[in-house]
Design a protein. Structure first.
Ligand code: MRU
Length: 351
């Protein structure tokens, strides 16, 4: 399995996703500031991977702390969490992971400092293992929704690289292929950061899953030609009513799917569901550097001085979503009821 990120004796090790697919290189972060930088610069990206990276970054920072009293350690802990919380705003998994580490700290703060450090490292490693298990469960729940023989379109990268391993949307595809379904993946290129062509295509090729890369503006034509039997994407944050924030361009794909009568599925862990956010209007959308739009591989593609926009995510209204596949089962409309039930720990599969 692709090792997106892992805890090692030397620090937190990441595959550098900005270098893929042409170079497979790894970076090891020795400080939490370095972990914050790799999240911000998208060396690691994808909502669940960002969450696990945040957990490991916090554990790393606390482990490096020179504090000799629990009060001082708590001050360091809060500063570390604060820095990591300011890296990327949209993926709620980041804030979920920080909250989980905070709750853990509060539970163990009476222990000796070396024990607190060990326990936080263990908690971060547990998040890593749980994420892989959640993706495999999502795969089992979602595989039945995939066509037994046909094209499946995906947008961005919601694969092993976007998680601790196996993937959410690509986990569903992987599980369907493992069950013997003959799936051909259409990977949207995903301008401007090219997560589809660089990352999704790279990991599916590694697994030998048939894949065709298309530029984003080809998706409608592929649907019209009958090449797409289903769509499955990941999510960065799902509001309580089922509105889904995901990579910019997802909304366009969902509308196209509706027009062509193709089911549009979202696969995401419960940690991506933000029950405190009533609908998509409340989801903060990250605005990234315009240079990601104006330049491709360092080459300028637009005239000097032209205005550009670069929202990293958009929101797909729940009415376009055929189902939300989670590790606890498949949620269908009305999402305010089905998501509340699943988020409330009831591990039931909805038919
Ligand atoms: O900007 P990115 O690359 O972090 O955006 C990633 C996505 O939008 C993914 O689809 C989403 O995080 C789900 S990953 C399992």
């Amino acid at each position: 399995m692709i090792q997106t990120l892992e805890w090692t004796d030397k620090g937190v090790r990441f595959i550098d996703q900005t270098k893929l697919p042409t170079e497979e290189v790894y970076v090891t972060c020795k400080t939490h500031q370095q972990v914050a930088d790799v999240i911000r610069n998208m060396v690691v990206r994808g909502a669940p991977a960002i969450g696990v990276a945040a957990g490991m970054g916090i554990a790393l920072g606390v482990n490096n702390s020179k504090a000799e009293t629990t009060g001082d350690l708590k001050r360091d802990f809060d500063a570390i969490c604060d820095l990591i919380s300011k890296t990327r705003p949209t993926a709620v998994n980041l804030f979920w992971a920080i909250r989980r580490m905070q709750e853990k700290f509060d539970r163990i703060r009476i222990r000796p400092i070396p024990q607190i450090k060990r326990d936080l490292i263990e908690e971060a490693q547990r998040m890593h293992a749980e994420d892989i298990a959640a993706n495999q469960a999502m795969g089992r729940h979602g595989a039945t929704l995939m066509p037994s023989d046909g094209g499946v379109l995906t947008h961005c990268n919601a694969g092993a690289l976007a998680t601790a391993g196996y993937g959410t949307a690509l986990g569903v595809i992987r599980a369907a292929v493992e069950q013997g379904k003959k799936i051909h993946v259409y990977a949207d290129e995903t301008r401007p950061f090219l997560q589809g062509s660089r990352l999704t295509a790279w990991e599916l090729m590694k697994d030998g899953i048939p894949t065709t890369v298309i530029s984003d503006n080809m998706a409608g034509a592929m649907m019209k030609q009958g090449k797409i039997g289903a769509i499955v994407v990941g999510a960065d944050r799902i509001a309580a009513n089922g509105d889904v924030a995901n990579k910019i361009g997802t909304y366009t794909v969902a509308i196209l799917a509706k027009e062509h009568g193709i089911p549009f599925y979202v696969a995401a862990p419960i940690s991506t569901v933000d029950m405190a956010c009533p609908d998509g209007a409340g989801i903060p959308i990250e605005q990234r550097d315009g240079k990601e739009v104006t330049h491709i591989a360092g080459k300028q593609m637009v005239p000097d001085g032209v205005a550009v926009e670069n929202p990293a995510f958009d929101v797909t209204p729940a009415k376009y979503v055929a189902a939300i596949i989670t590790e606890r089962g498949v949620a269908r409309a009305p999402y305010d009821e089905s998501l509340r039930r699943l988020a409330g720990q009831e591990a039931e599969v909805q038919k």
